[in-house]
Design a protein around this ligand. Structure first.
Ligand SMILES: [Zn+2]
Length: 265
């Protein structure tokens, strides 16, 4: 009960308020606690980049031979704008570059079947990014995002009346024309992985699992595409400002942390 209460507080309060509560509870130095919260806030905005090991890279190159992996960056942790606890991974454009795709994973774990399957699923989206105008654009404004948003909104409104908000969200995701092949790829990968018992993943012959995005046809009409384009543009413009604000806040808190340390708190 106490744990649940503590967790509730942790999730509902901004980091700097929670710091004060932790300080009182744990009798640790305020400067140390504050510094930890600054780190946490920073990592929430900029998750830690991961360089996959050679075995994982070899495996991914075999499954996606046409994908330029040098344009794909991996991160351990979801970014701040993904608040859904059920999201285990997401492929987003890099905010401060023009042709990179960032794969954010709630938990980067290529040593488990589930962890690898999530990476394979998200890399299918990276392939979709690449095949739609070579993933090029400014920040969040990429053709993939326009197609994804327009189809998601189109499907959401298609199901909303009949099934309600929660189910319409789920159905828009499950029947999304860019998600269906990604899930097929994920399931084909897991099937091969489970049938090749005792063989290291990077040594499996992945012929049946190698596929491309050539079957994709965008079903959203021009009106939906325009809506997707407008939302993607607004996101592209707003995201850097929100992140600058977060960095500003982290900067102020780190200055306080330094002052507290100097005066021995
Ligand atoms: Zn997906």
């Amino acid at each position: 009960m106490l744990l649940a209460k503590k967790k509730d507080i942790e999730e509902s309060l901004p980091a700097f308020w929670y710091t004060h509560i932790l300080y009182k509870q744990n009798h640790l130095k305020l400067s140390e606690r504050l510094y930890k919260q600054v780190e946490k806030l920073f990592r929430h905005v900029f998750p830690k980049q991961i360089i996959p090991d050679k075995g994982t890279l070899k495996l991914l190159e075999q499954i996606y031979p046409s994908l330029n992996l040098s344009k794909v960056h991996f991160f351990d942790g979801l970014p701040w704008f993904i608040g859904d606890a059920y999201v285990s991974g997401i492929a987003m454009p890099g905010t401060y570059n023009t042709d990179k795709v960032h794969i954010y994973l709630k938990k980067y774990n290529p040593r488990t079947q589930g962890g690898l399957a999530i990476i394979v699923h998200e890399l299918f989206h990276a392939l979709q990014y690449q095949d739609l105008y070579k993933a090029k654009g400014i920040g969040l404004m990429r053709l993939f995002i326009v197609h994804y948003l327009s189809n998601y909104i189109r499907l959401y409104f298609k199901y909303l009346r009949q099934y309600g908000h929660h189910n319409a969200n789920r159905l828009a995701y499950e029947f999304h024309p860019m998600e269906i092949p990604a899930f097929q790829q994920e399931h084909a990968f897991l099937y091969l992985l489970k049938t090749a018992k005792g063989v290291q993943p990077e040594d499996i012959k992945w012929g049946n699992c190698v596929c491309d995005t050539s079957g994709y046809k965008n079903p959203a009409g021009k009106g939906w595409l325009l809506l997707g384009w407008i939302i993607a543009s607004l996101m592209m413009l707003a995201k850097p400002f929100v992140e600058i604000f977060f960095l500003f806040l982290a900067g102020i808190l780190s200055v306080f942390s330094f002052i507290f340390r100097v005066i021995g708190l």
